[in-house]
Design a protein around this ligand. Structure first.
Ligand code: ADP
Ligand code: MG
Ligand code: MG
Ligand code: MG
Ligand code: MG
Length: 451
């Protein structure tokens, strides 16, 4: 594959890029409200026009809350995001921004994020995050773990099991190295069949694009080896689910210009002892204040609520939170402050939309800074064992409908995320909930048949 794909110049000409690298097709890709990635393949010979005008899509088919009567939606590629597919080098993926009649489609997730990045930048705040997108490797049907020998009761860091899937993780790891993402570790995670691969944190838009591409890459490489990769929050009953923790810090400038971590603490007060500055504390306060509502974004599916608020898993811990609490370096709470100048939000799961995840972090954090929100008391206990001792900490929503209702009630967060986006999101998620509850389940037959 072609080398040096890292950080291509923002003004890159895609036709030249194709000619230099032997790219035959561009995959012009955008992410819908449900986190699905949709794309058109455009021959390199046609990319010059599309780079300016965008590729056309019938809006109604895109899960962006558009009707059949809307005019064509155009997906305009952002050339700074282009990545030549390491496993299929004649194709290059490029993230696109959705435009209709010359205006951004307000509810399109990448547009929501870009608007919030700009708002934070106006206040001199530049958010950087690192994500931990856990996944399972299953059989192609998706109902069993692909490795029949991966049966240990506590399989975290199992060295035999990680080597039995070396073919997949080595290939993904090599690609991340070539792409310049600075990967630094891979392990077998806490559930049988579950893995995690970590790479270095960066500016939120870049991480959101990488997060999207990572899912595409892991799924593609897994398929190539005869497996099915899933980021589903709880793919196997009784086992630990797929989290997507986000580590968050805020800097004085974007990219390499960042010098000062404005979250790094002066050592004052309640949070200072774990190394968060006043602004870091208020940003965290915003996350705490809006947690039940932002769960509608970070935990977006029916299945998400089988990961949080879950009973003990086979390994003994779910590693997922149940209540809105924070702490120092302790993994049983919703927020962990592992060291000075950053915190880890452990709530998001594998179904989270990569753009909306970053957007809602900025939205809640900025709102916290504006209102000087107090994150509340730090709890240094094992929440799984002693959670009942904490009085007054809100419980996270128990299901998707409760989360959507919490989001709908949170006027401030809805406004920060954009009214257009929020009403589209609530509408489409309610439709999804209705589809779920009208589905006839085996459970209701088993529990009602002989009544
Ligand atoms: P964990 O201990 O939670 O399993 P990991 O090592 O798996 O942590 O992931 C940590 C993530 O946090 C990585 O993506 C890493 O680059 C990122 N990270 C480290 N420092 C910062 C920081 N200051 N700001 C944002 N992200 C950070
Ligand atoms: Mg057609
Ligand atoms: Mg990790
Ligand atoms: Mg993990
Ligand atoms: Mg983590």
């Amino acid at each position: 594959m072609a080398k040096d794909q890292a950080a291509p110049d923002a003004k890159i000409d895609l036709a030249t890029y194709a000619a230099e690298r032997g790219v035959k097709y561009f995959m012009i890709s955008f992410t819908d409200l449900f986190g699905g990635q949709r794309a058109k393949l455009v021959p390199a010979a046609a990319i010059a026009d599309m780079q300016d005008d965008g590729a056309g899509f019938a809006g109604f088919a895109t899960w962006l809350d558009l009707t059949p009567a809307h005019p064509d939606m155009l997906a305009v590629p952002d050339p700074s995001s282009v990545i030549q597919l390491p496993w299929q080098p004649d194709v290059a993926w490029v993230a696109a921004d959705c435009v209709m009649e010359g205006k951004p489609v307000e509810q399109a997730p990448r547009n929501v994020l870009k608007r919030l990045i700009a708002e934070a930048a106006e206040e001199g705040l530049h958010v950087k995050t690192g994500i931990e997108a856990e996944f399972f490797l299953l059989t192609p049907e998706g109902d069993k773990i692909s490795d029949p020998f991966d049966t240990a009761a506590k399989p975290c860091y199992d060295q035999q099991a990680v080597m039995r899937r070396y073919d997949v993780v080595r290939e993904v790891g090599d690609y991340m190295l070539d792409l310049g993402w600075k990967p630094y570790q891979t392990d077998h995670e806490d559930a049988n069949g579950q893995f995690e691969m970590n790479w270095e944190f960066d500016d939120v838009l870049k991480i959101a694009d990488q997060h999207s591409f990572f899912k595409f890459m892991v799924k593609s490489v897994a398929e190539k080896h005869g497996y099915r990769a899933t980021f589903m929050p709880k793919p196997i009953e009784g086992l630990t689910g797929n989290g997507c923790h986000a580590h968050i810090s805020v800097w004085d400038a974007p990219g390499d210009a960042a010098k000062v971590n404005v979250f790094a603490g002066e050592g004052e007060g309640q949070t200072g002892e774990v190394g968060l500055s006043e602004r870091g504390k208020h940003f965290l306060g915003g996350i705490m204040k809006h947690a039940s509502a932002l769960a509608a974004i970070t935990n977006p599916t029916v299945n998400s609520y089988k990961r949080i608020n879950a009973p003990r898993t086979m390994s003994g811990a779910t590693w997922a939170p149940n209540t809105v609490t924070w702490t120092g370096n302790n993994r049983t709470h919703m927020v962990r402050v592992p060291g000075p100048g950053r915190f880890e939000l452990r709530l998001p799961d594998g179904a989270v939309n990569p753009y909306l995840l970053q957007a809602v972090i900025i939205a809640a954090g900025l709102s916290g800074i504006h209102s000087k929100a107090d994150p509340g008391k730090r709890h240094d206990i094992d929440m799984y064992a002693e959670g009942h001792k904490v009085r007054g900490a809100p419980k996270l929503p128990l299901n998707m409908l409760d989360a959507i209702r919490e989001y709908d009630k949170d006027k401030e967060l809805k406004k920060m995320m954009g009214e257009e986006f929020s009403s589209s999101y609530i509408k489409m998620k309610k439709q999804e909930w209705n589809s779920f509850v009208t589905h006839f389940s085996r459970w209701e037959r088993e529990h009602t048949l002989d009544i």
